[in-house]
Every structure is written in C-alpha cells, then in structure tokens.
Design a protein around this ligand. Structure first.
Ligand SMILES: Cc1cc2nc3c(=O)[nH]c(=O)nc-3n(C[C@H](O)[C@H](O)[C@H](O)COP(=O)(O)OP(=O)(O)OC[C@H]3O[C@@H](n4cnc5c(N)ncnc54)[C@H](O)[C@@H]3O)c2cc1C
Length: 413
C-alpha cells in the first residue's frame, strides 16, 4: 500500500474538478493538483452562464470580412496584439479555415452533445454539496438593437434551430417587461430557455466542488507542473516544482495551458488562448435580473451576489502578456446598456479560454501514452460543458465505455 493515487488530475478548473469528483464517486483514489487554488483560472472569471445553445463557434462564414474593421476600430469586440501575430499565424490560419459552413456544422454537431442538458448535469454534479446553492435555472437573453440585427445573425440561429434548440422572441414593450433595466438601444430579445441557467460566482462554485472532493477523501496539492516522470518509456508520474507525484493514470485538464503541458511528451496541439475580460460593478442598483448578452458588443452581463459581472470579448495576445486597457474600456462601456444602473466600485479581470483551432474540445487518451488522458479545449462553453466532460473522461479512465460517441473529441485528429 502506497500513498500514490490511482489517478492524478493536473488542473483544478471546472473540468479537472468535475473529473476528480466523478472519479472519486467511482471509488478511485484521486489527487488533484494545480499551481494555484481550485477555480482560479478561466473558471473563476467567466460569465457564469450555462448555455446549451452555445454551439456556434466564433469563426463563421463572413467573419473574415468583418474582422479587419473590428480590429482597426480598436473598440472591440475583437482585439489583437500585433506583435503576437507571427506566433499566432499558423493557428489562426487553421482556425479561420474552420469557419466555412461545412466545418461550422461539424463543430456544432460535436459541441451540442457535450453542452446539452448542462443545467441537469451541473445539478447532478453538485447535488448534496454546498456548490448546489450556486446553480440557478434562468433563460439566457440575447439582446439585439432591433429585429434586423437579429436577422443579420440568422446564420447562427439557423444552426441552432436545425439542431432542435428553440428560443422565444420579444420585441418592443415586451423587451422592457422582461428586463426593465435594459435601455432603449435594445429593442429585440431572443431568449434561450430549455436547460439554460447560471452559476452565481463560478470561482466559488468550483471551490465548493473541490471542497467536497477533499471532504470525500481526495487530496488537493498546490503544485506547478514542470514535466513528466518516465519509467521505461511509460509515464509513471508528474514532476512538479518541488515534488514528484506518481500515479497509474494522469489526466491533463490544464485549460489553455494544456498544450504547454503536453509539449513535454512531444505532442504539438493547436491550442491558443482566446483571452477574455470581465468587469464587476459592486453593490449595484437598477441592474439586470437575468443573464443577458449584448450581442453587438459580445458582452455577457450576469447578476451575481453583490455585483453585476460584464464578461466577454476576444483578444489574441497569448498566455503571457498582461491585461490591456482597450478591451477593459470596451467591457466597461457595456454598462451604458443599463442607463439607470448605479454601483459603488469596480473590479477587473483577464482570463484565458482554451481554444483549439477546430473549436472542438480534446477529451480522451493521449496518443502513444495510453495512461495519460486529456480534457481541455472548451473555449467559450467550458463552464457549461465542464460537468459532462468530467463525467465522460472519468468513465474512460475508470475503464467504462461511455454510451456516447467520443470520436469527435479524440486527441489525435
Ligand atoms: C470572459 C470569459 C467569459 C466566459 N463565459 C463563459 C460562460 O458564460 N459559460 C461558459 O460555459 N463558459 C464561459 N467561458 C469559458 C470557460 O470559462 C472556460 O472554457 C472554462 O473555464 C475552462 O475550464 P478549464 O477547467 O478547462 O480551465 P481553467 O479553469 O483555466 O483551469 C485550468 C487550470 O490549470 C491550471 N494550470 C495551468 N498550468 C498549470 C501548471 N503548469 N501547473 C499546475 N496547474 C496548472 C491553472 O492554474 C488552472 O486552474 C468564459 C471564458 C471567459 C474568459
């Protein structure tokens, strides 16, 4: 009998924590490791929305025409650090090629099963733990300036409709009845309803899940990954800055940093950081009561306990550059959508969405290393899909065959 766990999970975001809890519930001895506290990566600062309707990737037909204007304007919703372009280019070329109609449909078909029923998946994950209190059933209101703007977005809505995702439309006074705080600039709402919801404080939610993993006998180690420990060509464990942890099976769930981690095994995975920002307005009065997307600005606005969070935008500048003022200004400008809202103070945040070039998460065994597994790459919908992803990868690691076609998510593709 040793202290070595059967499974070591590297990365304690929503994906890693969900996997660790699911593995523990299958009776396995699990250690979860992260260089910081659980839930402090992308899983901390997202908009907190559970959005099974989020099956449409960022690159879609027509994006190439709009993107240069957005970049040159400098007010968003797309930002680029120009000095990063040479590094970005190979990934960007693949990413944009995946914006063709046939590819977008393939991506939507792959994302839909991972993020479907997300409210139920999260309720099942959190049931009986303090995390349960953070989950709320709510529609997700997609606000447009008018019907014409909604129709201009018709490509994405048709993709949803073709896959059985419905919505309810509100126009004129009905918009104000639904969300009285929304100013007169927005006169049309498409509300996504079935199985949609939100998490009040995603960082606290993940910490509460990790707390119940530890209360259930799991170990959490605060440790930074530095490499793999090999024994006769087989991965026998993970080297951290100040220790080695040996395990039979290893799951890499390090979000946007996962490609860096797997590079230590010689793998080259086309994964970038789609950087996003949030601003929180604390002690608000007269703000929105439900999660709402300002579609023209690409900012999601979520009322959370004690504050309203404005989160979104896409910036390409890599994992290492600090936050920049222009996107933060663009996020703050979103408050103008709620003309009567007041607040006491503001906080800001930058985070990294893990973005594969084909917008499809990696979930499965790593080529040539059958005891190493991957679960990352959920870009804009990682909170939504994190609960189910953790369950599926736990099945694979535990040797069960999920009743689910896992082929779209294989690591070698
Ligand atoms: C602005 C914004 C808004 C968003 N809104 C939503 C939303 O409303 N709904 C939704 O579903 N999704 C949303 N997302 C996406 C979602 O946040 C992510 O897809 C999700 O959090 C990814 O989870 P993860 O567990 O894969 O990664 P993370 O939460 O980033 O966790 C990865 C962990 O790996 C650890 N790690 C990395 N490198 C190392 C290392 N070397 N050693 C040890 N540990 C390491 C990190 O510390 C981190 O804790 C949003 C994202 C952003 C940025």
């Amino acid at each position: 009998m040793t202290d070595d766990p059967e499974v070591l999970v590297v990365g304690a975001g929503i994906v890693g924590v969900s996997a660790a809890l699911n593995l523990q519930r299958r009776g396995l001895q699990v250690t979860l490791a992260d260089r910081q506290a659980p839930g402090d990566g992308a899983s901390y600062g997202n908009a907190g929305i559970l959005v099974p309707g989020g099956i449409v990737p960022v690159p879609v037909p027509g994006l190439l025409k709009k993107a240069p204007g957005m970049l040159l304007r400098g007010t968003g919703p797309l930002f680029l650090r120009w000095t990063y372009l040479p590094v970005l280019l190979p990934w960007l070329a693949r990413y944009l090629r995946n914006g063709r109609d046939t590819q977008v449909r393939r991506i939507a078909d792959a994302l839909a099963p991972i993020i479907a029923d997300s409210l139920e998946e999260h309720l099942a994950l959190a049931r009986g733990t303090p995390a349960e209190a953070h989950i709320r059933e709510e529609p997700y209101l997609m606000a447009y300036r008018n019907r014409a703007a909604f129709e201009a977005d018709g490509y994405g809505w048709a993709i949803r409709r073709d896959r059985g995702i419905g919505w309810r439309e509100y126009e004129g006074d009905a918009v104000r009845d639904l969300e009285p705080a929304l100013g007169p600039d927005y006169r049309f709402i498409a509300a996504l309803e079935a199985s949609h919801g939100m998490v009040d404080g995603p960082g606290d939610y993940v910490k509460a899940l990790a707390g119940s993993f530890v209360a259930g006998g799991g170990r959490f180690e605060e440790a930074a990954f530095t490499g793999f420990e090999l024994s006769g060509g087989t991965v026998a464990g993970v080297r951290f800055k100040d220790r080695v942890i040996r395990a039979d099976k290893i799951l890499i769930a390090a979000g946007a940093w996962s490609a860096r981690v797997l590079r230590a095994l010689g793998l080259s995975i086309p994964l970038e950081s789609e950087r996003g920002y949030h601003a929180e307005l604390w002690s608000p009065a007269g703000g929105p009561v439900r999660p709402i997307m300002l579609s023209d600005r690409k900012i999601a606005v979520t009322p959370m306990t004690g504050r309203v969070r404005f989160a979104g935008l896409v910036e390409f500048a890599g994992l290492d550059a600090g936050p920049r003022r222009a996107p933060l200004r663009a996020i703050a400008a979103g408050a103008a959508a709620f003309p009567g809202m007041t607040w006491q103070r503001e906080t800001e945040w930058l985070g990294h969405r893990p973005a594969p070039a084909d917008s499809i998460p990696y979930i499965g065994a790593v080529p040539a290393h059958p005891n190493v597994y991957a679960a990352f790459g959920h870009h804009h919908v990682g909170l939504t899909g994190g609960a189910r992803t953790g369950r599926l990868i736990a099945d694979l690691i535990a040797g069960a065959t999920p009743n689910f076609d896992m082929s779209p998510y294989r690591v070698k593709r």
